[in-house]
Write a protein that binds this ligand. Structure first.
Ligand code: SAM
Length: 325
């Protein structure tokens, strides 16, 4: 090999080290990215900068302090992702993943990104399912499933449940299908995905009066409400907005829920924080519902309403509750 054959045009001096590629302190890169994102109006700038760094490095956020220096090619990739986030593209569209409860789902353009608020509804549904008598498979319906996250998270924790998930948008349904296949491949009980409108009078009528739990995180933002750039430009409008009062989907959906629930069954519906009382009133207005209760989120804002399907006067003559365990 001559000097000219060598990739750097020079033969290495025996015993001498190749110059190490330049490396950057990760901490400084994250600080710079945080400032950049904060200046772009990103609320959770530090967290997002750390999550993007963790994504590029293929590690968890908690492990970042153990990585002092990073190679230039990774720094360049990190800068590229921070640039995208600075345009207010949602973090989860950049990483391609979102979490709900114990599971992760794929998300991107065309589907609503599951939000932390929905963790509360998920926890409520699991706690309610635990109160049901063992020995028969509970039936769960997730109305307005989007990516399928809520239905799939419940199916993961309750492999004995028969879980149905309804979605009207073909784009969102394609994401839900992909996520359902991923979860089944990981060993979870398959769910049943239904392309349908939750306000339709005959939706899932084969399950009339057989459902133990209905959960729903439907579109609920009043059309006049101001939303962040991430929501305005990246969430599908049909996933977010629901008429002037934010109740355009919930109002008719209450009829569907009344039909689907078995006597004693329960429903939890997430709603806009301006609508806690209004959603509770929609349930109270129907005599088939009782035990209507409003639940706040971690910030103390009204976030979801629950109700039980109670027997009507006529049903009370023959109805006997299932014995609890
Ligand atoms: C706020 S997103 C929630 C998605 C999912 N439940 C979650 O928590 O991530 C509402 C979803 O309802 C769907 N949707 C809107 N109107 C609907 C309707 N009438 N019937 C069925 N799905 C509907 C939207 O396409 C969207 O995917």
């Amino acid at each position: 090999m001559t000097d000219a054959d060598h990739p750097h045009g020079r033969r290495p001096v025996p015993g001498a080290e190749e110059p190490a590629p330049r490396r950057s302190p990760l901490r400084l890169e994250i600080t710079a990215a945080t400032e950049r994102l904060a200046a772009a109006g990103v609320d959770s700038a530090r967290v997002d900068a750390e999550l993007l760094a963790a994504h590029v490095l293929g590690t968890e956020r908690a492990r970042l302090p153990m990585i002092p220096l990073v190679d230039q090619d990774l720094v360049a990739r990190f800068h590229g992702l921070v640039d995208r986030r600075a345009t207010r593209e949602p973090l989860q569209h950049i990483t391609g993943r979102a979490h709900l409860g114990p599971i992760e789902v794929a998300v991107g353009p065309g589907v609503f990104v599951p939000r932390p608020e929905t963790e509360l509804l998920h926890a409520w549904a699991l706690a309610y399912l635990q109160t049901l008598p063992a020995g028969r498979a509970p039936v769960v319906v997730d109305l307005c499933t989007g990516s399928g996250a809520l239905a799939l998270a419940i199916a993961h924790s309750r492999p004995d449940a028969r879980v149905y998930a309804v979605e009207s948008s073909p784009e969102a349904l394609a994401w839900a299908r992909r996520n359902a296949e991923e979860r089944t491949a990981a060993g979870d009980t398959p769910i049943t995905l239904v392309h349908g409108d939750v306000t339709e009078a005959d939706l899932l009528d084969e399950l009339d009066a057989e459902v133990d739990v209905v959960v729903a995180n439907p579109p609920y933002v009043p059309t006049s409400a101001e939303v962040s750039a991430e929501v305005a430009e990246h969430d599908p409008p049909a996933a977010v907005f629901a008429g002037q009062d934010g109740l355009a989907v919930i109002r008719p959906m209450v009829f569907t829920i009344a039909r689907l629930l078995r006597i004693g069954g329960a429903v939890g519906v997430e709603h806009d924080d301006t609508n806690g009382g209004a959603v509770a009133d929609l349930f109270r207005a129907r005599r088939v519902f009782g035990e209507v209760a409003e639940h706040p989120d971690l910030a103390g804002r009204p976030r979801f309403v629950v109700a039980r399907r109670v027997p009507t006067e006529a049903e009370a003559r023959w109805y006997r509750p299932e014995p609890a365990d």
